[in-house]
Every structure is written in structure tokens, then in C-alpha cells.
Design a protein around this ligand. Sequence first.
Ligand code: SAM
Length: 300
Amino acid sequence: MTNVKPIPTAHINCQLFYVSEAQAGQVENLKALIAEHSLPIILDIELFPEKLNQKRRQQLSETSTQPILLLDEKNKLSWLSDGLSVAPEWDKLQRRVVSAGRKSELLLQAAKITSDSTVIDATAGFGHDSLILASTGAQVTMLEQQPLMALLLLAEQQRMSALPNWQKLMSRLQIINTDALSYFAKLQADAIDGIKENDAKVVDIIYLDPMFPEDSYQDSKTGKGAKVGKHMQALHQLARPPTLEQEKQLLQSAQAVVSQDGEKQGRVVVKRPQLAPLLANQQPSESWHNEAVRFDGYFV
Ligand SMILES: C[S@@+](CC[C@H](N)C(=O)[O-])C[C@H]1O[C@@H](n2cnc3c(N)ncnc32)[C@H](O)[C@@H]1O
């Protein structure tokens, strides 16, 4: 397995509020996840038994200068962003994941995954699309550059792994806190070594869903397009949309690492709001869309 060091970000100080003494063990689990994955996060931990109603949440996020994490009585870890608590909440996707197929999920039509595919979701975010990708039986490597997001994902994977119905799916996800560009560069270097040693590793599908300017989800004149949900609103506080140059780098380096052998045609699939311009102004091989989103497929 490719061993990629997390991006050398300055440490982020986060406040972690937990609601009862009974959660001390779970707080220790979070600390262990941070250490195990070398996440550059320092937790400032506080017991906060008060009821966290909306008004109190708003006050907390207005007064704190650090990101705030909340561990609720069900051990769900959320991030308090602008008074809204956001969390991956993978359990809420259960129905979608169970019935996911090429008919119901445009992403799966575009990605054409089989259970033996090697898939990278290079912009994992809250991991919702990763779950759909992994519902096919494929192993999915999830890359997330933001340490706070990576911690939310790792904590969610740990929480969901305790539920028998989710264990198989959870075991197919590998979460890595890294920048996709450095991960792809390492994969390419490994592939060159692999060819020399006759042991080249292949990636069949790379999925990209980079940030997009917040005001571009809807057409300003017609109002058509997607509404920005609370998860995306929160993400806009952490991550910026790439510049055109960064878009080009991302697409080119993804295309360089997907499989080019004859049997399996590798592809890069890019998610965009339906009305958005093409990533890096690059014409895709094929596109799929509904009224909200578009998936552009670049076949290699
Ligand atoms: C639009 S969100 C992805 C949402 C995701 N598809 C989901 O289902 O929740 C984009 C995410 O990709 C991450 N990201 C953007 N550029 C990245 C890069 N070069 N490497 C790794 N992660 C990146 C951002 O931090 C953000 O969390």
C-alpha cells in the first residue's frame, strides 16, 4: 500500500465538547485516531453537559476562535460551523446505499465500477459519494486534504463499523489525510518502480468532486440548478475552489495514474453542478446529468 505522509499543515487547535463523563472512552478513541493517522490536530477537550440548543450553538460558534467539535450522547462527532452542526451521518444514507445501482445513481452510470475495481475518491469531503462508490463492492481509497474533515470521516468510519449491517462496507474504505496531487505523484513513482519489478499497481477509477464557487450552483437569472446544502455551506468555510491552473494539474495528474492497460479502460469521473463549466476547460469523453448535477467522464 502506498505510504503517503499527511500534508505538512500547521497544527489546528480544535475545541472538543463532550456531553457526559460516560464518553471519556470515546474521547480517548478520538485522540488515538488523531495519533494513528498523524492528523495535525490539537484537541482542547471540555465536558459540556448543558443542553446544546440552536441558540447556544450559535453563541458558541460566534465566540470561539477555533473550530468546534461536538461529541453527542450517541458518540456522533459533528463540527459546529456557523451555528450549524454538520457530520458525515452515513446512517442517513442507508436506503440510498442499499438500493444503489446504475439505474438509481448517475455516479455509478458514469463510473462503471465492478466489485474488483480499484477506486480513488480524491476529494472525499463528507464521504457520501464514497459510500455510493463502495456500495458496488469495490475498495475505495478516500483522500481528504483537510485534517478536520479527515477526522470526521475516520470517527464516522469507527462509529459505523460497530453496526453489523455496515461492517463490510466500512472495511472497504480507506481514509487518508493527504493532498490528492502528492498522492498521485507517489502512485506514479510507485508505478514506475512496479514496472521495473513487474509489479505495477493499477487504479481503475478516479473520482473528483472539487470545490466550486459558492455562487455558481444556481443560474443567477433562471434560479435553475442545485441549492447549496448545509454540508457544502460548511465546507466552503474550510476549502477554497481550485484555480484554473490547479484544476488542470488535478485532472492531468489523475489521468496519468488511471489504468491504461487494454482490458480495463481507466476513467476519471468529475462531478460538477449541472450548469458549471468544464473542469480545467477540458472536454470530457461523455457526460451524464440530471437537473442538479453532471458527471463528466474522461476515458483514458
Ligand atoms: C465538494 S467536497 C466533496 C464532497 C464529497 N463528494 C461528498 O460526497 O461528501 C470537496 C472536498 O475535497 C477536498 N479536496 C479538495 N481538493 C483536494 C485535494 N487536492 N486533495 C484532497 N482533498 C481535496 C476538500 O477539502 C473538500 O472536503
